[in-house]
Design a protein around this ligand. Sequence first.
Ligand SMILES: *Cc1c(COP(=O)(O)O)cnc(C)c1O
Length: 368
Amino acid sequence: MTTLASSPIPLVDLKAQYGAIREEVAAAMDAVLTRGDYVLGRDVGALEEEFAAFSGAAHGIGCANGTDALHIAVRALGIGPGDEVIVPAMTFIATALGASLAGATPVFVDVEAATALIDPAKVEAAITPRTKAIIAVHLYGQCADMTALAAIAARHNLPMIEDAAQAHGATHHGRVAGSLGTLACFSFYPGKNLGAYGDGGMVVTNDAGLATRLKRLRNLGSERKYHHDEVAPNSRLDTLQAAVLRVKLRYLPEWNRLRRSHAAAYDAALVGIGHIQLTRSDAGSVHHLYVVRSDSRDDDLARLNAAGIGAGIHYPFALHQLDAYKHLGYAAGAFPIAEDWARRCLSLPIYAELPADAALRCATVLGG
Ligand SMILES: *Cc1c(COP(=O)(O)O)cnc(C)c1O
């Protein structure tokens, strides 16, 4: 079957997953449509309970997307204008937007060379009297060093927010993402490890007071109809999305297991290729993305794409290099390790249903 070897492999294949669960999804969606509770309906409450339990937290607060989850998490902590929030320089912009949308100022910190995760050794130097929280990002599915970060946070009496948008089910020393900080924020964007058929997000926490505040912040500042206690967005979760997510949550442990085995196959296939550096692999990772660094990244990307392999870049810019954050005034070279990741990082296709020959095909292109 020589034709198989050249069939395209997308960066992520959502349709393959849908094929396996379509009947269950159809039944779950039909139940919502028949019931008619389209916003904050029965499946939202059930998903909040189930996903909080999955993430080792007592409370789940569904919201419209992961960016809003970060925004309302920052606001629930009472953080606003004049306050600073520490954020890694290499992440998706939404991490920093969580602070900015609350009116606070994100303060960037460089990342570790081996993982692209926030470097705890550099966090302490960024803390000022205005610092009100640290956001640790579990980038690519690997947990940040929450042990070291928690010690720093405790020393300075700062809350920790987990940006777990890429890390549903990831673990750090056996403890699951969502249970490692004061609050944890998840995204259910379609391509995430647990993805809706549209936008969705959730904050989880063990703090009942914060959970109450978050319920108000996602719903126009209201806990009782027509009583509005503060200015807040409409960031409610649709019941249809929650119903889909409840179906998918049952499969997530198996999908994460498959991602781990694909990542191991990539590690084995790529280890000898001289111009490729592997990301330090961690048994607790759920491998949302499989990212390596390449000394000839743009050339490798073009050759993979020409071979029908949907490689990508996560992310081509560090946050201080984005126009949106020019006003913060960071110089070029301010975060050299994040800048190096932006220049050299290369994401290879990964998803539960990834074809078994993907690692060898990528290694053939990259090693050739
Ligand atoms: C996807 C993502 C978000 C934002 O989630 P949306 O649902 O797209 O708003 C936040 N942080 C990280 C690290 C992400 O990957």
